[in-house]
Design a protein around this ligand. Structure first.
Ligand code: SAH
Ligand code: SF4
Ligand code: F3S
Length: 432
């Protein structure tokens, strides 16, 4: 049986997106080519997320949709990859016998076995303490920003979070292999590199820590922009901020997940900082970097979150005025500590709190973005605008989307743009 055409769909965080690029890299190595529609494929892979219940449901329903294609093409191979595979292990194959491959995040090296006539189902969900996919060249479809995974796993065990169970223990890639990948990406024409990790600033390889890596990456010749996600507030250190201040090419954007404002809730979340400590980190960031953007993640409705706790979240938002935020209703994940806590809050109440944080964030995003109206920003042009292909879309150093209405420019250009308007999460402007 020839497996010549693959189709990958990816859900979840950037780590998953980067993993899909590694998987694509492995398949391309066997002359298997990517196709844009599942109907054309010999193998369909769904790389899944289980961080909230909805994400998991979406992944499973997507796979079930692909099941229909097997009637027309009985040789079609269907694979479940990523965090849902890891969480459900072999169970899912016994329930859904149409799935041929179940591989967890540390088991993707098995994938090429499909080219050697392996037996199905191909199942492996062992977590590794060492796998960092050294030596595999990712196949990237985006041509502007190279995502580079620098560490895997998470040891923080926030009480609500499934990630430490699906991704296993923290481990980092060697500094040299990361730098080699950065150099290659630059040689291939990439303008921007984004260093990725569940706790990117927990990077640790021999004596090298995250600031050492950031120093080395931003020092690679011709790297125009360096980004990183997601740092943990507890591990933000002065050396990292000094580098961000002193190096032009490290982007002034820090994603600083708050999760909750109340120190009592933070403790029960096992976030290892309290409200005062979080606020002092945010203040320190603003002290070092005058025009930085701080973005965040917020969970509402954590077990035991009283109205007065929730008001503390709004209070922290008012103090920091985040540039943008991802906001979620708490979703219990079986196997985590918080799933055992009493969760007495109704869905309506959670939904109401979510609406209130979204409302506040909308105001704050506008305040931050309106402050840029009239200024000139450096923008990296990434794509055509989705709404109007005559217009272009790019990002500021602070990771804000800018739609360029006027002026000649090509994808990949770094241009100066005068910001004329802020609307929703986007800025609008013209090239100067
Ligand atoms: N490692 C990253 C976050 C990974 S998960 C970090 O710590 O910043 C991305 C976001 O999903 C988290 O920041 C959190 O806000 C949210 N999240 C994780 N588990 C959740 C749950 N059980 N319910 C709701 N939101 C959750
Ligand atoms: Fe999950 Fe916390 Fe680890 Fe982030 S730091 S991945 S929220 S356990
Ligand atoms: Fe989701 Fe796994 Fe990422 S659970 S958020 S895809 S690490």
């Amino acid at each position: 049986m020839n497996v010549e055409k693959y189709y990958i769909e990816t859900y979840g965080c950037q780590m998953n997106k980067a993993d899909s690029e590694l998987i694509a890299g492995m398949l391309e190595g066997f002359s298997c080519r990517s196709v844009d529609s599942p109907e054309e494929a010999d193998i369909i892979l769904v790389n899944t997320c289980t961080v909230r219940e909805n994400a998991e449901k979406r992944a499973i329903s997507r796979l079930s949709q692909f099941k229909g294609l097997k009637k027309k093409n009985p040789d079609l191979i269907l694979g479940l990859l990523g965090c849902v595979a890891q969480r459900n292990r072999g169970k899912i194959i016994s329930e859904k016998s149409f799935i041929d491959i179940v591989l967890g995040p540390d088991s993707y090296r098995h994938l090429p076995e499909i080219f050697n006539g392996c037996k199905f189902p191909l199942l492996d969900v062992k977590l590794s303490r060492a796998e960092v996919y050294e030596g595999i060249i990712p196949y990237r479809r985006n041509k502007i920003n190279a995502w580079i995974s620098i560490m895997r796993g998470c040891d923080k065990f926030c009480s609500y979070c499934i990630v430490p169970y699906t991704r296993g223990r923290e481990r980092s890639r060697s500094l040299k292999s990361i730098i080699d990948e950065v150099k290659k990406a630059i040689d291939d024409g990439y303008r921007e590199v984004t260093l990725l990790g569940q706790n990117v600033n927990s990077y640790k390889y021999n004596n090298y820590r995250f600031p050492d890596l950031l120093d080395a990456v931003s020092g690679v010749q011709s790297v125009q922009r360096v980004r990183f996600i997601s740092p943990h507030p507890k591990d933000i250190d002065n050396k990292m901020l000094e580098l961000m201040r002193d190096r032009q090419n490290i982007c002034n954007h820090i994603h600083l997940p708050l999760q909750a404002g109340s120190s009592r809730v933070l403790k029960s979340m096992n976030r290892v900082y309290n409200q005062r400590e979080y606020l002092s980190v945010a203040e320190k960031i603003h002290g070092y970097l005058s025009d930085v953007a701080i973005t965040t993640d917020i969970i509402v409705g954590f077990p035991g979150e009283m109205e007065e706790d929730f008001l503390e979240t709004l209070k922290v938002m008012d103090k920091v005025v985040f540039d943008s935020a991802f906001m979620f209703k708490y979703s219990p994940r079986p196997g985590t500590k918080a799933a055992l806590m009493k969760d007495g809050m109704s869905e309506e109440e959670k939904a109401d709190r979510l609406t209130r944080v979204i409302e506040k964030q909308r105001e704050h995003t506008l305040i931050r973005n309106n402050a840029l109206v009239g200024s000139v920003q450096e923008v990296l042009i990434e794509d055509l605008s989705k709404k109007d292909p005559k217009e272009k879309m790019g990002r500021t150093v602070t990771n804000k989307i800018v739609i360029i209405k006027e002026g000649e420019t090509e994808i990949g250009d770094l241009v100066k743009v005068k910001i004329e308007k802020a609307l929703g999460v986007s800025l609008f402007g013209k090239i100067v």
